[in-house]
Design a protein around this ligand. Structure first.
Ligand SMILES: Cc1cc2nc3c(=O)[nH]c(=O)nc-3n(C[C@H](O)[C@H](O)[C@H](O)COP(=O)(O)OP(=O)(O)OC[C@H]3O[C@@H](n4cnc5c(N)ncnc54)[C@H](O)[C@@H]3O)c2cc1C
Length: 419
């Protein structure tokens, strides 16, 4: 007889584990399992990112991202402090290095204030006082930003899940999903499980898992590799807080930034190179299915037409170190080519809609017995405690009919609770 659970979560990244943990907190007598394909938690996006707890400055006022980032960031800082996880409230600077960036940075300040973010507009002289290695003509000094280790946070969620009595299974890649009678049958590499409700938090494979379960995801996931380089620390290259460029408002990526890690190292990145595999950590990782998607899918052809200029630039910068060095030197003029060394990459799961647009906001879809998280880009790690509770409330509705509260009500309530 196959193992039976009330709710099965596919994907042991920070979102899946936060959801499972929230489900068990709300429904301690239900049986919840998390199935993770890899042999460790957070093996993909959750363990390969910039580790920045975002403030919510960038996001369209009224969007899910904006609503979740500010409260979610505060919750994340408290969670790290209460669980003895590394965290430092460094603040960050978003720097304008050319006159053409002054209007966009003023717009960003306006957006940030609308989203309730604590920030100051400062001039170049004050930038030099705060960060002597950085050159800028103006900047936003954002107080609510922090750095952490999201891989450690993900593992902490997994430990809590096990303590709460959840079944946490590594090496359990889901291969097929079938609706049978009043339940869902989930086939993994080793065995079959049954569940009343399925929660899909499969990140880079979330559209595939939705299709497996018979749901049209309405989006396709395109992998974008973000490559990092380590930055040697010496006079002229030292920074004390994350330094970000003014982002391109047309793209859902923040631009190559300079980020001090919680371990004292400093990294530059990530760029946004279209990848040809969902595990496209290197140029040579090419998967025929992902590559064919660019040719066969009309939405991807539309994306290629609108994104080719930015995409080509990102690819060139990935291959030509002098371009990367020039971009970093615009913010940190003391940097020399020899200071930068390739050091790992992450692959973003970026949803693309039918019109070929890169979807900016979180996307969560429900069907009678399932909840699918189809776009959980940055700042989903920052907001994971909130996203987890939101997805858990939707899963509970599918499980026992308790209506999921309105999102704003949910956020207000969570903001005043313990993480
Ligand atoms: C380069 C980069 C920089 C970023 N920087 C930041 C940042 O500074 N701050 C921030 O807040 N966010 C940042 N993000 C975003 C953040 O990392 C992600 O939003 C978050 O980690 C998403 O978590 P997830 O659980 O949805 O996905 P993942 O961590 O990718 O987890 C999905 C899991 O599902 C598993 N899976 C897939 N298919 C199956 C299957 N068939 N069966 C079982 N398991 C399966 C995968 O193995 C994986 O472990 C960054 C992301 C990247 C890539």
């Amino acid at each position: 007889m196959s193992e039976r659970h009330d709710i099965v979560v596919v994907g042991g990244g920070i979102v899946g584990l936060a959801t499972a943990r929230a489900l068990l907190a709300a429904l301690p007598h239900t049986s919840v399992a998390v199935l993770e394909a890899e042999r460790r938690w957070g093996a993909h996006q959750s363990g390969h990112n910039s580790n920045v707890i975002h403030s919510g400055i960038y996001y369209e006022p009224g969007s899910l991202k904006a609503a979740m980032a500010r409260v979610g960031g505060e919750l994340m800082i408290r969670y790290c402090q209460e669980h003895g996880l590394p965290v430092a409230r460094t603040g960050k600077l978003i720097v304008a290095t050319a006159d053409s960036q002054l209007a966009p940075i003023a717009e960003l300040a306006r957006r940030g204030r609308q989203n309730g973010v604590t920030l100051r507009e400062i001039g170049g002289a004050e930038v030099s006082e705060l960060e002597p290695s950085v050159r800028a003509i103006a900047a936003l000094d954002v107080a609510d930003t922090a750095i952490t280790d999201f891989g450690a946070v993900t593992r902490s969620y997994a430990e809590e899940l096990a303590e709460q009595g959840g079944a946490a299974r590594l090496g359990a890649r889901v291969l097929a999903i079938e609706t049978r009678g009043d339940g869902i049958v989930i086939r993994t590499e080793q065995d079959e499980l049954e569940a009343a409700v399925l929660v899909n938090c499969a990140g880079l494979a979330s559209d595939l898992v939705a299709r497996m379960s018979g749901t049209d995801p309405g989006v396709r996931v395109q992998p974008f590799r973000g490559e990092y380089s380590s930055l040697a620390q010496r006079a002229g290259t030292t920074v004390h807080r994350p330094i970000y460029p003014v982002p391109d408002p047309e793209l859902p990526f923040l631009g190559v930034h300079i980020t001090p890690g919680i371990d004292g190292s400093v990294h530059v990145g990530p760029n946004a190179v279209p990848a040809f595999s969902r595990a496209g950590y290197r140029w040579r990782d090419i998967d025929p299915g992902t590559t064919a998607q660019w040719v066969r899918d009309p939405a991807m052809r539309r994306l290629a037409r609108s994104y080719w200029r930015d995409g080509a630039r990102e690819m060139l910068r990935s291959l030509a170190k002098p371009m990367l060095v020039a971009d970093v030197r615009a913010m940190l003029p003391g940097v020399r080519s020899g200071d930068l060394h390739r050091d790992g990459a992450g692959v973003r799961a970026q949803a693309v809609d039918d019109s070929g647009r890169l979807v900016d906001d979180f996307v969560v879809r429900t069907s009678p017995r399932a909840v699918h998280v189809l776009n959980a880009p940055s700042p989903a790690a920052t907001s994971s405690l909130l996203i987890g509770r939101y997805v858990a409330a939707l899963a509970r509705e599918a499980y026992d009919g308790t209506p999921a509260p309105n999102l704003r009500v949910l956020i207000e309530a969570f903001g005043s609770e313990s993480p």
